[in-house]
Design a protein around this ligand. Sequence first.
Ligand code: SF4
Ligand code: FES
Length: 367
Amino acid sequence: MEQPFGVLAELTYACPLHCGYCSNPVEMERYRNELTTEEWQRVFAEAADLGVLQLHLSGGEPMLRKDITELVGTAHDLGMYTNLITSGLGFNRRRAEALREAGLDHVQLSIQADEQTLSDKIAGTTSFERKQEVAELVQELDWPMTLNVVLHRQNIDRIGGILEMAHRMGADRVELANTQYYGWAGLNRSQLMPTREQLAEAETVVREAKERLGTSMEIIYVIPDYYSSYPKPCMDGWARRQFTIIPTGEALPCPTAHEVIRGHGLDPVTVREHSLQWIWESSPVFNLFRGTDWMPEPCSSCPRKEIDFGGCRCQAFALTGDAARTDPVCHLSPDHELVTGAVEAANDPTRPQPGELIPRPNPGRRS
Ligand code: SF4
Ligand code: FES
């Protein structure tokens, strides 16, 4: 069994933004009893012992945790590379300088659009100007900076402007990821899914920007798997290289596996009750879809099974109600029409203009 390389620590699901593409769970009330500072510190130490080298601190909005600096300091002292994934809200000069001092290595800032009205509309709150200020602060304190942009029907036509803005903001790297339909994004799928024409245009714009900008800014563009013939190798395989710990301490092979685990009748595993070593090596949850033995046909006899690992278990569960089926994105899947039907609907010329997204609420915190 391989050792885990990275951990995503979702410190809180509380968030000042209300993005309708959020992959956080819809039933947020279940997840308000957050791990304490001491609990997270113990878990980070266990993760380091397991061989984890990279710690991604996310949420929700991780800056809502008053102990964020202390947590970064602990991870840094344990020798882990620390990456803060933030909306920028709550990231002021005083706290930024404290994070620098504590050893934070990298900042990932989310961006919704390249102009204020659309950006604030997608975020569900005033945040565009603040993000510009945060980017300046990140530059001033000399952190490497990645901008994360979740693309969907409502902002994908702005991709050229977004890339120009990212370059102006001094980003070292931009990750353009088409929306994955989990959590709140699953509820909003029909509003979020782009058309074929939008995607073709976006790919041209990205190609031209890559040529123009060369090595001055790295651009990662992830095409939406609904429009692919094969699924993504989700998480590089279930419990193979990385895992997630959510605000209440539940450990998951991926950030959205809550429903898969319940759907398969398994008890959640939590760092409050088990060591990380037992969770990684022996827990039923982490062994559920590890390797290739669990695979049904057509995956089990497919030459790509060690390349894409049968796709995404959460997507298979969301679309078919059974996480052990082949990801319906695969054109060889017996359930592939579930995906082609959604693609056809997104490209129906009578499809209404984009309307309001169901906003993700802010559940608040209890620790
Ligand atoms: Fe991947 Fe399974 Fe499709 Fe083969 S059949 S390409 S292993 S999802
Ligand atoms: Fe959970 Fe793909 S998002 S396995």
